[in-house]
Design a binder for this molecule. Structure first.
Ligand code: NI
Ligand code: MN
Length: 225
């Protein structure tokens, strides 16, 4: 499976079966994105919440690619009301899709769309594809149930925000990773805007000292997982 990081919270996964999955495709208004919205293809779009720096180009990509948007209930209804394909879920619930399983987790955050027409819950995404479990925490502060999520799931890769101000900063993110204990942590949600400047190498150093693997991805970098 291929995993590509577009910066901020945005990723693309291409499974071994060829399913193309976008997560939080904030591209057009993202000053650090190496790609534009019309360059990406998607069969599925997974969203953590409705904030503009996550919802991003969802509507235009979903329309062009006829992608299925998978997210929390209120946001999915908002997307569906625009005539696009959406699958409504909610926190604690999982569903088996063609490519694998998605379960929504709690995130200590809020959710509203850029037009302020939709208010719902912020979530994390627990994605199981084949034998890999990927946990994208979404935007969140530190919460103790991350320990429960770590105890109940054998997480291979954890995408965790480190930029502070809107989410966890580096030290809280290190604690979050200790709770979840993934094989590999990937720092996200940093250096996109002036208020979320953070050095991912400092995060990596602190995490490595705790015995947890960390990979800092370049914006645009693709890895095999
Ligand atoms: Ni947010
Ligand atoms: Mn955000």
């Amino acid at each position: 499976m291929k995993l590509r990081y577009f910066s901020h919270s945005a990723f693309q996964m291409v499974t071994d079966q060829g399913h193309r999955i976008l997560i939080d495709p904030f591209l057009t208004d993202n000053p650090t994105s190496p790609v534009s919205a019309d360059e990406v293809e998607a069969d599925f779009i997974l969203l953590t919440h409705g904030h503009g720096d996550h919802f991003g180009d969802t509507l235009s990509i979903a329309e062009r690619c006829n992608a299925l948007c998978i997210c929390e209930n209120e946001l999915a209804s908002y997307i569906g009301d625009k005539g696009l394909r959406a699958h409504n879920m909610h926190i604690g619930g999982g569903f088996d899709f063609e490519f694998g399983r998605v379960k929504l987790t709690q995130a200590l955050h809020s959710s509203s769309t850029p037009d302020n027409q939709c208010h719902g819950s912020a979530t994390g995404l627990l994605i199981t594809i084949g034998d890999q479990t990927i946990y994208h925490t979404g935007d969140t502060g530190l919460f103790s149930d991350l320990k429960l999520i770590g105890d109940m799931n054998d997480v291979d890769i954890m995408m965790v925000p480190i930029g502070d101000n809107f989410t966890m900063g580096i030290d809280d993110a290190v604690t979050a990773c200790e709770f979840v204990n993934p094989d590999l942590a990937i720092p996200i949600h940093y250096n996109t805007f002036p208020v979320i400047q953070a050095d991912p190498l400092v995060f990596k150093k602190k995490l490595t000292a705790k015995g947890i693997g960390c990979k800092v991805l370049e914006f645009g970098q693709e890895i095999e997982i």
